[in-house]
Design a protein. Structure first.
Length: 230
């Protein structure tokens, strides 16, 4: 969106506030705060739409000695991007790594790689009777794969990988070819609350864009990086 387009939309939003009798006495939202919230809404929507289309993602982990490990996994993600689940064998390498270091990151990408979403958070393994609820949430094709691969239908013999997302990163690496700028947006969500589809977004503190950031956005010369934390 161009600078003029942003100002027109901002002016329109202010006019709506002034004509609303219930908000006439409210203080008008500063442009920097309004711009932050506008981008937050659009970025979160784009991230949720991409993840909803992806059944597979790359799980990146690191063991206690710092050695990296990645695996291509079938996933199930809640619509609010708050939780990611997958299934693995309890004796797999990734299961052993997650027991030692529960921090993990998932990478989802569009087929063209023009948009990439990273979801990070604390991960735990769920086994035994507690795994049944998550097993029931998995798509039929995923269940069929695990049944064939492990030669069993007993969910007690599987381990559920469950990641509670506390960080969202949306990247558009190919934008640099068209506009000369690299776009990367990051969200840190307080107490596990993720700004998702149909979910209220509450913040204790908001890092506003300063004048230099707004200028960079208007000129498309630099990436805008938004960070929300508790």
């Amino acid at each position: 969106m161009s600078c003029i387009g942003l100002l027109v939309q901002y002016s329109s939003d202010l006019q709506k506030r002034r004509t609303d009798r219930q908000t006439t006495r409210r203080r008008c939202m500063p442009f920097g705060v309004w711009l932050n919230m506008l981008i937050q809404t659009e970025v979160t929507r784009d991230a949720a739409q991409l993840v909803a289309k992806c059944r597979n993602a790359v799980l990146a982990t690191s063991d206690a000695e710092g050695h990296p490990h990645s695996a291509w996994m079938t996933t199930q993600v809640t619509t609010d991007l708050e939780e990611i689940i997958s299934i693995t064998a309890p004796n797999s390498q990734k299961a052993a790594i997650l027991r030692a270091n529960p921090q993990a990151e998932w990478m989802f990408a569009s087929p063209s790689m023009e948009t990439i979403v990273y979801l990070s958070g604390h991960t735990r393994l769920i086994e035994g009777d507690a795994a049944k609820r998550y097993w029931d949430l998995m798509p039929g094709k995923s269940k069929a794969y695990y049944r064939k691969y492990c030669e069993t239908e007993d969910y007690h013999k599987f381990a559920v990988i469950r990641t509670e997302v506390n960080k969202i990163v949306l990247c558009k690496p190919y934008v640099v070819r068209r506009s000369g700028s690299f776009h990367c947006f990051t969200f840190f969500a307080p107490a596990g609350k993720i700004p998702g589809v149909g979910k209220a977004f509450a913040l204790h503190r908001l890092h506003r864009l300063d004048a230099a950031d707004v200028h960079a956005f208007e000129e498309k010369a630099l990436a805008i990086r938004l960070v929300y934390d508790a």
